[in-house]
Design a protein around this ligand. Sequence first.
Ligand SMILES: Cc1cc2nc3c(=O)[nH]c(=O)nc-3n(C[C@H](O)[C@H](O)[C@H](O)COP(=O)(O)OP(=O)(O)OC[C@H]3O[C@@H](n4cnc5c(N)ncnc54)[C@H](O)[C@@H]3O)c2cc1C
Length: 608
Amino acid sequence: MASVDLEKPFDYVVVGGGTAGLVIANRLSEDSDVRVLVIEAGADRSTDPLVLCPGLVAGLYGKDEYDWNFMSTPQPTLNNRVINQARGKMLGGSSALNFLMLLYPSKGNIDAWASLGNEGWDFDSLAPYLRKFATVHAPPQSSKDLCGLTYHNEDLAKGDGPIHVTFSEGYNVTNQAWLKTFAGQGLEVTTDPRDGRALGAFQNQASIDPVTHTRSFAASGYYNPEVAKRSNLVVLTETLVSKIIFDTTGDEPVATGVEILTKDGEKKQISASLEVILSAGTLQSPQILELSGIGGKDILVKHNIPVIVENPSVGEYVQDHPIVCQSFEVADTTPSGDVLRDPNVLNALVGMYQASGAGPLGQSTISVAYSPLVDGSGIVPPEAKKELFASHEQTLTTPDSQAIRKLVESSDEATFQFLLFPTQVSIPDVPKSMAEYILPVLPDNYITVMTILNHPFSRGSVHISGPDVHAAPVWDPKYNSNPLDLELLARGVEFVERLVDPSTPFGKLLKDGGKRQPEGLVATDLEKAREIVRQRQISVFHVSGSCAMKPKEQGGVVDTRLRVYGTKRLRVVDASVFPLEPVGNIQSVVYAVAEKAADLIKEDRKNL
Ligand SMILES: Cc1cc2nc3c(=O)[nH]c(=O)nc-3n(C[C@H](O)[C@H](O)[C@H](O)COP(=O)(O)OP(=O)(O)OC[C@H]3O[C@@H](n4cnc5c(N)ncnc54)[C@H](O)[C@@H]3O)c2cc1C
């Protein structure tokens, strides 16, 4: 990068060049009169083959140059296990190391955001932005032949956004059997999931460019070579923001810039004449707020940080989708990604990918299914749901929990997401990184069925561990601290037995009498299912909500224009502002929220 004059104020300073941060930077710098600076802790790894090749993603996890590699505190409800939380530390943030699944939120879910006091944030208002970020490609004929995809509505706007969204060419019999097995349970998708309503199994799309077979992510899309040429957009990589600087002389503190640490350890200050936008992600946006004096008084005083704005909700209400992973040994002829443990197989596939982009390494072949509350007997009838909630009434006192209860009680909403994952999953008590979950260690070949709770009731926290930005914040997800989450998850795990039963198309692909993980545990009753959750639940890596958009008295950190309460010229734009975790995988909502935020910021410029 040519040398940049950091002394001259920028109009906007974006903290974190991740998924949301690059959307904001791109859209604000569309106006060539506006000077925008992005400051990203990691490097630009946009041409790195490990980032670009979808099938090599495991090579990124746990490595300091790509991954912040957070660990939770030991979780009492999960046999005191520690849970890993990978987070992208590079341009593009977590979109550079995610699993590329591209799903859309449900209408009821986003409407619930509005019902929690966020006017303007209902599904219909967000829908244009869910189209704006993407270019959706038509499914290849081979995937239609294998998986039908009749629900995919090709008349819906394809869009021309920076992120390429596509179906895979590499689905196989396991995907086909998955769809048929759910249909046999009365769960077949008939409408396009992009429209905000989906119940049943379907093939999801992925953020993969179908021409190059490479990852399509925030850096390749929103900071592509054309955008990088803009002289009014500066991206500073390998630079840490250590705090926000305020002018405290007026009635409210005004954000005027940031303090940075260059990669040589030099401390500098950079001015923002219009706004500072914090996009450091769910675990680090609250860290920077607290380091800057915005947060709970006790925490700030404990670390000798002068209080600028007292708000104990900063870093609270962290939400995450819990995911329970059960692996099943496959029959000898059933495809499993575990064969990649053989270096000869891996090398052959890498060679094929390098030659033409062909083969499984350029594809995402995960399958998905959404279901209402189900258990070992199938779909749970409304009266049984009511009884379950009645027995947990005392834990359902907040507006959040009432909104979630309504979603789970609705017959249109997906309580669970089930995933078909093509390899075995191992769960060490204290993993070194995300890679340990997905790299095969057992000698036999497996596939994994994953049970995810779309609407968790439990809330965790993330707070600084010291006054230095280098000290990783303490993340305590408090999984299943609301016991209702364990009860719901256990019912989903019971349902998995219906999917793997030898009589189903899916069960027929598993080895007769084969092994399963956790070993020897079959969810024949609720208590066994609860034990499977305790042993096999991890994170789907969808942390959100730590700087929630809500009325302040209900735990909010930002208002409906994503401005930080009690300050001027400071916003947060990333997954931390979500008031409720969206259904399914959340990158689409991160992109859409950031697109909408960019419009809000542009509108507000007129009044600054
Ligand atoms: C392993 C994994 C798999 C996932 N799979 C999927 C999937 O298949 N589908 C899906 O929809 N979603 C998936 N997700 C979730 C999705 O990718 C994230 O929710 C989303 O990318 C988060 O975006 P963000 O903008 O909030 O944060 P990020 O994209 O993480 O951006 C934050 C940025 O801020 C930078 N930063 C942090 N602190 C500082 C600082 N002090 N100074 C400067 N820069 C800083 C970081 O380096 C990072 O680049 C996955 C996530 C992970 C980790």
